[in-house]
Write a protein that binds this ligand. Structure first.
Ligand SMILES: [Zn+2]
Ligand SMILES: [Zn+2]
Length: 303
């Protein structure tokens, strides 16, 4: 009887009149008035929402940008740290000798250094062939990684390879007074071996304040070429320029394996490519440049 009664209540007839909407809930008739439907947003409300989103984006984008720049600096430091570790492991396995660090002729002739290419502005596979950074004297110690040779902030594609521009293979170079056999020339520049030390063994470095001797340098993409980072010890000229891609900072490692972000202070050090130029030429004078002085003070020591 109860079921029959409930069924009876639900099936009570009701009637719709114009402007009303009725339904039965638990036997009661609920009446809603039909009002004119208003839009979800007025134009004003939409504009306010868009303005709020724009303000939030304006606040967040610089934060995200700073985070990306910081992450790139950390990744660059990690790359140089791994190169430093490979240098140390190589010496351990090779009677304390530091890895070969060559200029242009020796690199091209032997392909037997820690980085086997010479970046150039010519149509050369040195600019494109990964084997020059995956098959090196460091390969047993760096898992044949090409990534550790490339700074993530280095997005330069100014290197000419046939008819297209390609990213560089390598962003780092090694102090030319470290690992370079004195008997070899380091063209396109010369070492001053009569006045300054050239370090061939780890023990040589240990005797001469390793914390002050730079080894790997994050290099300006418009200046990098040979595995060796050239430093002119006799004149105030840049042979190669350091990178300042991390908001004015570059990354440098030292012979005791510590890695630093270095703030290049002179605006002339944070140089780009001049209009119409492909690269920064060797022996670029920069008189009184405190950054250049810092580099020479951390390159070698007098004999
Ligand atoms: Zn870098
Ligand atoms: Zn060069």
């Amino acid at each position: 009887m109860l079921a029959s009664s409930a069924s009876h209540e639900r099936s009570q007839p009701f009637h719709l009149t114009n402007g009303d909407c009725r339904s039965i809930v638990s036997g009661q008739i609920v009446t809603r008035s039909r009002q004119p439907v208003s839009p979800a947003f007025t134009l004003i409300e939409l504009l306010v929402v868009m303005a709020v989103i724009a303000i939030l984006a304006a606040l967040l984008l610089p934060v995200l940008s700073r985070s990306r720049i910081k992450a790139e600096g950390i990744a660059c430091s990690s790359n140089i740290k791994q190169l430093s570790l490979a240098l140390s492991l190589y010496a351990d396995d090779n009677e304390d000798f530091l890895v070969n660090n060559y200029g242009k002729p020796q690199t091209l002739a032997t392909r037997n250094t820690w980085a086997n290419n010479v970046e150039s502005w010519t149509n050369s596979d040195d600019n494109t062939n990964l084997i020059y950074v995956t098959d090196t004297l460091f390969s047993p110690y760096d898992n044949r990684s090409a990534l550790i040779y490339k700074c993530p902030a280095d997005r330069s594609s100014s290197w000419y390879a046939g008819t297209k521009f390609v990213p560089e293979l390598r962003s780092y170079a090694m102090n030319s007074y470290v690992g370079t056999p004195e008997a070899n020339t380091v063209l396109p520049w010369e070492l001053d071996t009569s006045d300054y030390r050239v370090y061939r063994k780890s023990a040589d470095v240990v005797r001469n304040a390793p914390a002050n001797l730079f080894v790997f340098m994050d290099v300006n993409p418009a200046s990098i070429c040979t595995p060796s980072f050239g430093v002119d010890m006799s004149a105030e000229t840049f042979i190669h320029y350091p990178s300042s891609l991390h908001q004015g900072l570059g990354v440098v490692s030292f012979a005791d394996s510590h890695v630093e972000s270095h703030n290049w202070r002179d605006p002339r050090t944070r140089i780009g490519i001049a209009p119409g130029q492909e690269h920064i030429p060797h022996y670029d004078p920069s008189l009184g440049n405190q950054d250049l002085l810092w580099i020479t003070q951390h390159t070698t020591s007098p004999r």
